[in-house]
Ligand binder design. Structure first.
Ligand code: FE
Length: 393
């Protein structure tokens, strides 16, 4: 038996934020990030709609990027005091991810991160509150996924939380909010969405329910991302939906080693953080060439290429055409082709690559990758992404 879970309701379209007016309840807490939602007026709008719905509203503001355990605990405490029956999270991935974890600790104060990190082991939520997610970036799709990532800065570890209990009840996918994204964020989050869809399509967990979502998402990202990056606001709307489709696919089909590599390299180098979507964009063509040595995986990549209308006499040629197109998009979006070009120093890379490779193989996303990989192969693959060398193993 398998399971496919997405939010109960998804509202979309410009102005769909006003759906908040129709919620029924007594108290709503709004969880937001550092200020862009406030600056652009969306926070006030949301609060106004919730008040129109007759609710008492409280704010939990300033959730930081890569939210911490402390922020989650403070939020959960605020919820225990206020006792909301709606948790409304709004912004980039971080406030929504943080609110998902706050929700668990609000309903189960005695639980621990150690208990929650076992995949699909959450206690039953919705005893006290339901959950609304309103994304302002077009990439993580956390508004429709069963995932959240919380960082323990003291222990230096990330807790990846995965459970359908934290798939939101309502997603509001209002493209007006995505118009606030600067170009670089648009490029990185867009390539994150493309990676979600491609990894979900070839995942060992893919299904007839996730395949169409992934394919259409891939097609839409290729069609609209360059214009969205260039500031064409009419392209922001289909991009906002494309990333959401990709999210529904990967929340159920899971991901692969592009994400394993991005997770373990993002904060690994002293030269600076590698933004998640940027890391994915760099690794994606290398991983496709590695995975495509497996016949079944290659056939799946060729299906993607055919769906996009690419030409090729064999699955090899079609897969290569897909890789070339991704590389062309990276170039168009000002994303470097290698870690070296990104600015990672060679000496530090070589010192750390074996340890990073071992960690990446152990990442939660490796299990659903279509081709197995050893730590030694992972180190070779990472070297290819550093130097831009051919993947021939
Ligand atoms: Fe991602």
């Amino acid at each position: 038996m398998a399971r496919f879970t997405i939010p109960r309701d998804l509202y979309y379209g410009k102005g769909s934020l006003e759906t908040l007016k129709t919620l029924q309840g007594e108290r709503a807490i709004v969880v937001v990030g550092g200020g862009s939602m406030k600056r652009f007026g969306f926070l006030d709008q949301a609060v106004g709609y919730l008040k129109e719905a007759g609710m008492e509203v409280r704010l939990f503001e300033n959730v930081e990027p890569d939210p911490s355990v402390e922020t989650v605990m403070r939020g959960a405490q605020a919820m225990r005091e206020f006792e909301p029956d709606w948790i409304v999270s709004m912004g980039g991935g971080s406030p929504i991810d943080a609110a998902k974890a706050m929700w668990a600790f609000y309903e189960y104060p005695e639980t621990t991160f150690e208990q929650l990190i076992t995949p699909f082991n959450f206690p039953t939520l919705r005893q006290k509150a339901k959950f609304v997610a309103i994304p302002s970036t077009s990439g993580t799709a956390t508004e429709v996924t069963a995932f959240s990532v919380i960082t323990d800065y003291q222990k230096g570890i990330k807790y990846p939380l995965a459970d359908f209990n934290i798939t939101p009840d309502i997603a509001i996918v209002d493209p007006a909010l995505a118009e606030t994204m600067p170009p670089k964020l648009t490029a990185h989050t867009g390539m994150d969405a493309l990676t979600h869809a491609i990894e979900a399509y070839v995942s060992t967990m893919h299904s007839p329910f996730t395949d169409p979502l992934a394919l259409r998402a891939i097609q839409m990202v290729f069609e609209y991302l360059p214009a969205s990056f260039a500031g064409d606001m009419s392209a922001r709307e289909p991009m906002h939906y494309a990333q959401c489709l990709a999210g529904m696919a990967f929340s159920n089909a899971l991901l692969g080693i592009v994400h394993s590599m991005a997770h373990k390299t993002g904060a690994a180098f002293s030269t600076g953080h590698i933004p998640h979507g940027c890391a994915n964009a760099i690794y994606l063509p290398y991983v496709i060439r590695y995975n495509a040595k497996d016949d079944a995986a290659r056939a799946r990549y060729a299906e993607i290429a055919r769906f996009l209308g690419m030409q090729g006499a064999s699955d090899e040629e079609l897969t290569e055409a897909l890789c070339k197109q991704i590389e062309a998009y990276d170039a168009k979006l000002d994303i470097p082709a290698t870690l070296k070009a990104f600015g990672v120093e060679e000496k530090e890379f070589e010192e750390k690559v074996d340890a990073i490779a071992a960690l990446a193989v152990g990442d939660a996303c490796t299990g659903s990758n279509p081709r197995a990989i050893t730590p030694a192969e992972m180190a070779r693959l990472l070297r290819c992404t550093y130097y831009g060398t051919k993947v021939d193993f």
